[in-house]
Write a protein that binds this ligand. Structure first.
Ligand code: DON
Length: 574
């Protein structure tokens, strides 16, 4: 980590009008950072699969940096974890460059094709046709992941794209043993996969769901990745392969055109930054709703010294912060290139102070008392990985095909499933999407727009400790990252941050969902006495991946979610 990382925010925030106090703080920071360990000297990677973590380490060993490793880890995940993300999907890449202290957000979110019009998803009864919004090519946005890899290799990496993609090509060709999460995802989506021969042919073996341990191979995906390795994003977005995707999508009822693919561009955006009790959080800007919601929640919570409160009071205040932030998410947020959002207001500490003042210290505020919209949620799939390299470059990447195995639709010969990210739009105002999320104009489907996301890859920067954090989990992503940040700030190591029990509130339904072990019976009773409806004993949700570097002690750590139901991930330091 370079000194510049910590200097940058001070400069940015205080500008030329830096106060004397600010200057004193600035030099104190600079002095502290001039300590000998200005680079970690070791790398850490935490991802959802050991082959992906290994691929990242392999690329670092070949002289790559965190950004080359981000390509390698991501591409291997697109092979071994197709239920969660893939080159038929998109994602967000939060990057920190140690050399000059710059933070950068690469938006590789899918876009709506030009043929998008709301009638496409409305059934004869005038209601949202849920099948069309989540299954098959009408549910697929134009993928962003291939363009992200080409951009990363060209602008941030040290190695050729072909080198960083090589592990994924190898794994796709040689195969790997099917594992629990993959097997159950294929089993769950089998009826949809069976609608299209290319989809069934890709994920079923002799018409059957693969058994755990059985070797699965994706030679077509290897060939697709090889084309990208050779021709960059042109190998995916233009030429014969693009034409074949368009032909298959249209034949199956979609609207994609070759122009949609040729026009796709990743966008570099300025990450959203905020201060929380002396820590600097660097996180996802729109079209993620994550950073703004996190900012609202942390700004509200910064008015309390949570460490001095008992667990019930602390939980109550956190739930109330969640409720308020998710209300605003539903009301205001969408694609920043198309929608004007009151970002400065929503992230302002003054606005948070107003929200804080509306929190009763001992009583839940019924969501119905807050003006506005609605959401709930059921997380299915997506993946997050965190990387720190030996020079202190950081990458936090959350990527997705949306629901389990995306749209279930495979273009013949491509080797990958298309996303169903169109369902993240408010396809019909007032009707919930697969996560139960409701929205309005700000997130309406329009040609070229990116659907609003909850993915929240983030950095947590303290005077000594630096964390890279993120997770899948649908709309729970944001509250998971919030709880992860609070735990990290309290001193928890990555493994504990990833393992801690979780709770979630998202405004509507007006219910706190909690993992079975999140609250003791007594804590639950106390929260209920305050007026919270606690839905405890529910399933667990994961799969968070965190890495950290303690600049003072030199410790580099990695932690991956141990949750059984989600299947544990793979964390390594080398
Ligand atoms: O971008 C989003 O918010 C969703 N497409 C993410 C989906 C997800 O996290 C599914 N989860 N586990």
């Amino acid at each position: 980590m370079s000194a510049a990382l910590l200097r940058t925010p001070w400069r940015r925030r205080r500008g030329l009008a830096a106060s004397l106090a600010g200057l004193v703080l600035l030099s104190a920071c600079t002095l502290a950072l001039a300590a000998p360990d200005t680079r970690p000297g070791k790398a850490a990677i935490a991802s959802a699969h050991p082959l992906a973590t290994e691929a990242g380490l392999e690329i670092l060993a070949q002289g790559g940096n965190a950004f080359d490793a981000a390509i390698a880890v991501g591409a291997v995940l697109s092979v071994v974890e197709p239920q969660s993300s893939g080159i038929g999907g998109g994602g967000f890449f939060l990057l920190h460059r140690a050399a000059d202290g710059q933070d950068l957000f690469l938006d590789a979110r899918e876009t709506a094709p030009a043929g998008t019009r709301t009638e496409l998803w409305i059934g004869a009864d005038g209601k949202l046709d849920r099948d069309k919004s989540v299954n098959g090519p009408l549910s697929a946005g134009i993928p962003g992941e291939p363009a992200a890899y080409a951009w990363l290799a060209e602008h941030q990496g040290k190695l050729p794209l072909a080198t960083s993609l090589a592990p994924a090509i190898r794994v796709a060709r040689e195969g790997f043993p099917a594992y629990g999460r993959l097997v159950s995802a294929i089993g769950q989506r089998r009826p949809v996969l069976e609608r299209w021969p290319a989809s069934a042919g890709l994920y079923l073996i002799d018409g059957q769901v693969p058994a755990e341990g059985q070797r699965v191979r994706f030679p077509d995906l290897a060939a697709t990745l090889e084309r990208i390795a050779k021709d960059g994003d042109a190998g995916f977005y233009r030429g014969a392969f693009a034409a074949s995707m368009v032909q298959a999508v249209r034949a199956a009822g979609g609207t994609w055109t070759e122009r949609d693919l040729a026009d796709y561009r990743v966008k570099t955006r300025t990450p959203l930054t905020l201060d929380y009790r002396g820590w600097r959080i660097v996180t996802a800007p729109p079209p993620s709703s994550g950073g703004i919601a996190l900012s609202e929640m942390l700004n509200i919570l910064s008015g309390y010294d949570l460490s001095r409160l008992d667990r019930v009071r602390r939980t109550h205040l956190t739930i109330e912060a969640m409720r308020r932030a998710y209300r605003d998410r539903a009301e205001y947020l969408g694609d920043p290139d198309y929608v004007t959002m009151p970002v400065a207001e929503l992230t302002s500490p003054l606005y948070a102070a107003g929200l804080r003042a509306s929190i009763h210290p001992e009583k839940a505020t019924p969501s119905a008392l807050l003006p506005g919209y609605a959401p709930p949620v059921e997380p299915t799939h997506t993946t997050h990985y965190s990387i720190l390299d030996a020079d202190g470059n950081l990458a936090a990447v959350t990527k997705t095909v949306n629901l389990t195995l995306g749209s279930g639709f495979v273009v013949p010969g491509s080797g990958f499933v298309l996303n169903n990210e169109m369902d993240d739009f408010a396809l019909r105002p007032g009707e919930p999407n697969a996560f139960g999320l409701i929205g309005g104009d700000a997130n309406a489907p329009k040609p070229g727009r990116r659907p609003l996301s909850s993915m929240t890859p983030s950095f947590v920067i303290g005077a000594d400790r630096i964390g890279v954090i993120g997770t899948p989990g649908g709309s729970r992503i944001i509250t998971m990252v919030l709880e992860g940040i609070l735990a990290f700030v309290d001193g928890d190591a990555p493994a504990k941050v990833a393992a801690n029990p979780r709770f979630h509130h998202q405004y509507l339904p007006d219910v706190v969902s909690a993992e079975p072990n999140a609250f003791s019976a007594e804590e639950r009773r106390a929260l209920e006495a305050m007026g919270h409806t606690v839905n405890a004993g529910e399933r667990t949700w994961g799969l968070m991946n965190v890495v950290s570097w303690d600049r003072r002690s030199g410790a580099v750590e990695a932690g991956s979610d141990p949750r059984g139901s989600a299947g544990s991930g793979s964390a390594a330091v080398r």
